[in-house]
Design a protein around this ligand. Sequence first.
Ligand code: F6P
Length: 320
Amino acid sequence: MKRIAILTSGGDAPGMNAAIRAVTRKAIYDGLEVYGINYGFAGLVAGDIRKLEIADVGDKVQRGGTFLYSARYPEFATVEGQLKGIEQLKKFGIEGLVVIGGDGSYHGAMALTKHGFPAVGIPGTIDNDIPGTDFTIGFDTAINTVLESIDRIRDTATSHVRTFIIEVMGRNAGDIALWAGVAGGADDIIIPEHEFDMASVAKKIKEGRDRGKKHCLIVLAEGVMGGNDFADKLAEYGDFHARVSVLGHVVRGGSPSARDRVLASKFGWKAVELLKENKGGLCIGIRDNEIVATDIVDTLENGKHHPDLSLYTLNQEISF
Ligand code: F6P
């Protein structure tokens, strides 16, 4: 194929710009034309599409967010929306599409594939919850941002002998809480993929206090419950001078880490290699440090993301 397009969709993630840059530059290097679609699938249906030149992706590799903008667009779940999208792609003479995003975006790419339009998915979400890959673009930056907050919160927690419940994003996945929690020395990590017992959480805090421990940090994944609800339930077991910190969207912004920029560059490069050979209906990932491409329908319908639960066990045994 000779003309491809790229869009970013769903929640933005640091490193998306690096991926757009890689797709654009690699495509131009290989003699293809590249079009950028603004506002994800919403922009696709609206025909908000323009040609990208070499300079359009200059000075972008270090920027957070996505310069193509993003949107949540549930209308693309309808056949009507999907066919309108394909009509726009054809109007611009576009033969293949790169979709960077999370779960919802992948479903959009899968729908295009099912209608016979070649699409390739690149996993871009801070949540790290996409099947077919060990890591997603944005996850590394996000856990480092959470870690910086945990370190800061620890200072004030120690000064006041307080317990902090630090609520982090992740949708239904506990990866962000797990990785940042282990790195930050959290006393407890509460995630959707592992049950927890509030009485044991309270007992651990009390035992720490009795030994003279000054701070207690609990990292809570939003998929379990909100931080304030958790604090209310914890209060039923005693007064632990608890405070709640909801990190929220702060974790979605910021300059991407080196690891995310490299991952994004590898994914973008690979997407063009595939489309150049007219290969669509695939999603790209990294598995055991190898860049892989798997069938998008099979990956979404049969694959499942699993967080590294060995981190959970490890934390239980080294953090108290
Ligand atoms: O999927 C990324 C994510 O940041 C999740 O962690 C979070 O639950 C959700 O998006 C928030 O979505 P929105 O930005 O639409 O509020």
